[in-house]
Design a protein around this ligand. Structure first.
Ligand code: ZN
Length: 133
């Protein structure tokens, strides 16, 4: 089963916890054991798993700012000035796979699924594919 979720981001760079949407998709799929894949089709967004503590959410963004600052002489900026957003997306990745056990996401206690807007605000979407094992 594949579900598409729409998301309207409100900031230029922003992290959104989408764990409950993924859990809902798993519940609707009625899969006891399997894999949930979360995928973003955009080249300036990302999906990753980590803790969603508020200080840490700011730390992730501060790290991206340090590692990949905007307008640092990137070739792609001659086209649309958002090379830093593409490069940050490449570092974080565009999908995650999560095991499903007992009809629930088998995430660790502090793990959350985070959607990263890296060149917003925009209308975005992501897919959740639930596969029976
Ligand atoms: Zn671009």
């Amino acid at each position: 089963m594949i579900e598409k979720f729409r998301i309207r981001t409100t900031e230029r760079v922003e992290l959104i916890d989408i764990t409950s949407e993924v859990e809902d998709a798993v519940a609707r799929a009625k899969v006891e054991e399997g894999i949930a894949s979360v995928f973003t089709r955009h080249t300036t967004t990302a999906v990753f798993i980590n803790e969603a503590e508020s200080g840490l959410l700011r730390d992730y963004l501060a790290l991206l700012e340090r590692l990949v600052p905007p307008r640092a002489g990137y070739e792609h900026d001659r086209i649309d000035s958002n090379a830093h957003a593409h490069l940050r997306s490449m570092l974080l990745g565009s999908s995650v796979s999560i095991p499903i056990a007992n009809s629930r996401l088998a995430l660790g206690t502090w793990q959350r699924v985070l959607f990263a807007e890296l060149d917003g605000p925009r209308e975005r979407s992501f897919f959740v594919s639930v596969v029976r094992a």
